[in-house]
Design a protein around this ligand. Sequence first.
Ligand code: NDP
Length: 336
Amino acid sequence: NRRITLAARPEGLPEPRHFGLDTQPVPEPAEGQVLLQTLYLSIDPYMRNLMDPIGPGYASPVEIGAPMVGGTVSRVVASRNAQFRTGDLVLANAGWQDYALSDGSDLLALGDAAQPSQSLGGLGMPGFTAYVGLLDIGQPKPGETVVVAAATGAVGAIVGQIAKLKGARVVGIASGADKCRHAVEELGFDACLDRRAPDLAARLAAACPQGIDVYFENVGGEVFDTVLPLLNLHARVPVCGFIAHYNDSAPAPGPDRLPRLTATLLQKRVRMQGFIILDHYGERFDTFRREMAGWIAQGQVRLREDMVDGLENAPQALRRVLQGQNFGKTVVRVAE
Ligand code: NDP
């Protein structure tokens, strides 16, 4: 059983030396357990947060020497649990390793899903995050302007496509011309701006002539600074993430911008609300999966995966996400 472990806690961007690779005997399932083989491993930004000594609050940090955690699509290869049979495909939390045990309580049977890795992306946690954050907090109305950054990523691509289905005008922000072209031509966004090209603030103002009603916050940093003055009266800001800061080891120098934020929230009556998707699982996840499967089947939502081969390449895949080098939902193919 190959495992990728946390070898040391990074300051800044994780380097190869922060990860270890070891091999252990494949574990044996006890009564009530199943043995899972990892087929696909999801790579997500929160994994960086779990490498820090103090966790983000919603999950414990990974211990030094322990395997990195992560969502997986796994195959049951031995079962001592009456609910699962050998060969079943399941959505699981097996982490960065070839094999893992589960008592079944955290597994979702995937049946004979044609593209099971989609259950790590648009049909899984990131898609559910987009759905809950946009619909519950963002509440886009027809004709309103929705802005989302990391626009071609796992969450952002779904945010923009659901917002279009709800009749909103959608402006994406992403890095590079290829991603921006994809957002407009494949995902149906009305516009998409390259965050690395000059004059983002002026270009965003031009792309949002009616201001911004919903800003789905994925990134923080400079993008948030450019969005803030464009927020409309009664704008909604679902706070999903702030990846631009996940590698920060100290507060950035510079002027205190908190009063400007507070003044905007007050004067524009903005509602800015954080959410953690773990709070929303249960029946709602089934409803989401049905609705999203329908949208995908009808071609109303398109999914793009950034597939990386080999468990040993998972650390590099996480580095790519943290640097904006992924193009679509990042998934590691661990086994066929
Ligand atoms: P993505 O697939 O979107 O990959 C991350 C993207 O973030 C990169 O491709 C890049 O897009 C962008 N990015 C990276 N660094 C920066 C930077 N310095 N400034 C601006 N953009 C940057 O990841 P996910 O869709 O999985 O996650 C998106 C966000 O949602 C993250 O903040 C994540 O933590 C959050 N999240 C929150 C959840 C919750 O429960 N609240 C659940 C799931 C995700 P580009 O280069 O194109 O700009």
